[in-house]
Design a protein around this ligand. Structure first.
Ligand SMILES: NC(=O)c1ccc[n+]([C@@H]2O[C@H](COP(=O)([O-])OP(=O)(O)OC[C@H]3O[C@@H](n4cnc5c(N)ncnc54)[C@H](OP(=O)(O)O)[C@@H]3O)[C@@H](O)[C@H]2O)c1
Length: 343
């Protein structure tokens, strides 16, 4: 890597439907130098998150939108290589929003914090010990409130968040049913993550998926961990038990819509009322103060061998668009990361 230059991936244009390669553009710029109270991070790994689609849109969102021509937003882990801020000394490893570039200029108000990589690899801070693990842990316990013997359904069951929730639910003695894109993926996810059953949604109508869910959940559904929204979630509507809890955590199935207000489907109030269902959205950035608590608990579970993690790594900044689009197609096997450094 030539440290006088930083290679960058820009948001070239907003996606009109599902994002394709045209939304990205490569460029390079002089590598940043730190001013007063600033530091420069060499980005070691970038995380390819489904939520970045929301940042590509102009629509008012829970996360800040990227502007066309700007370096595309992304979270990563990296190493401080130059610093004029005492709290980020050279050599420190950090998790932060470093965006799709090799070197990031940061200051005290940039989102990020130091990480300890003595016992776990840095990449785990972008999966089980980072936003995905914390999202899974906090939302599952706070919203789903699991009880032994209950049935939980997870959409995007093979995702980083989904597989952490599945393991937590199994440990609580729940029946865990997953939904993924293809039959092939269902077989793999079922075997690797010990689900009780995993169903494929691709190519199925809402009614056909609902019938498959009815078979996989003979005692009805007590909890739904919703990573997708859309038609997949609609398929559960007639299967909820009284007192069910729904955690709305993602909307991957709406990523083709330029505006989520275009999402139409069956209204759910009748089911929510008659089944006394509690449905709640979750956004991790509301819970920064609880990240240390979540990371400590997750770290303990990993250490005890009760929680596994899987990452799927591509190499080099030139692979960022391919890695991102591959994740949107569901072809990743583990959290999709791109490694920018070779050391
Ligand atoms: N609310 C929060 O604060 C928060 C924080 C972190 C993550 N999340 C959400 O948690 C979910 C999982 O995130 P992650 O980082 O764990 O994901 P991930 O490991 O990167 O996996 C993403 C998966 O999403 C599925 N997917 C992609 N496009 C889809 C589509 N059009 N329809 C249905 N499914 C699609 C694919 O699985 P299939 O092949 O099975 O379709 C893909 O493998 C996402 O919805 C994300 O937005 C929310």
């Amino acid at each position: 890597m030539n440290s006088s230059i930083t290679h960058q991936v820009l948001l070239a244009k907003r996606p009109e439907g599902a994002p394709g390669p045209e939304v990205f553009e490569f460029t390079e710029a002089p590598a940043p130098r730190p001013g007063d109270n600033e530091f420069v991070v060499r980005v070691d790994y970038l995380s390819m998150d489904p939520a970045l689609v929301g940042r590509m849109r102009a629509e008012q969102n829970y996360a800040e939108s990227a502007t066309p021509g700007e370096v595309m937003h992304a979270y990563g882990v990296g190493t401080v290589i130059a610093s004029n801020w005492a709290q980020a000394p050279v050599g420190q490893q950090r998790l932060g929003r470093f965006d799709m570039q090799e070197y990031a200029l940061c200051n005290a108000s940039s989102f990020g914090f130091p990480i300890n990589t003595e016992r776990v690899p840095a990449s785990w801070y972008l999966s089980v010990l980072g936003a995905t693990g914390a999202t899974a842990w906090l939302s599952f316990y706070d919203i789903c409130m699991p009880k032994k013997g209950e049935t939980l359904v997870i959409s995007s069951a093979g995702s980083s968040v989904g597989t952490v929730v599945a393991q937590l639910a199994r440990a609580e003695g729940c029946r865990v049913v997953g939904i993924v894109s293809t039959e092939e993926k269902a077989a793999r996810v079922s075997e690797e993550w010990s689900y009780d059953a995993v169903l494929a949604y691709r190519g199925k109508s809402i009614d056909v998926l609902a019938a498959a869910l009815r078979q996989a959940c003979p005692d009805g559904i007590d909890m739904y961990y919703d990573n997708t929204s859309g038609d997949i979630s609609e398929a559960l509507l007639d299967l909820y038990n009284v007192g069910a809890r729904i955690a709305v955590v993602g909307r991957a199935a709406l990523s083709h819509l330029p505006d989520t207000r275009q999402d139409v489907g069956r209204r759910d109030n009748n089911v929510i009322l008659s089944r006394r269902i509690r449905k709640q959205g979750f956004v991790l950035t509301d819970h920064h103060d609880r990240m240390p608590e979540a990371m400590l608990s997750l770290g303990g579970l990993v250490h005890e061998g009760k929680l596994s993690v899987k990452v799927d790594v591509m190499q080099g900044i030139e692979q960022v668009p391919a890695a991102f689009l591959r994740m949107l197609r569901g072809e990743n096997n583990g959290k999709q990361l791109v490694r920018l450094t070779s050391e």
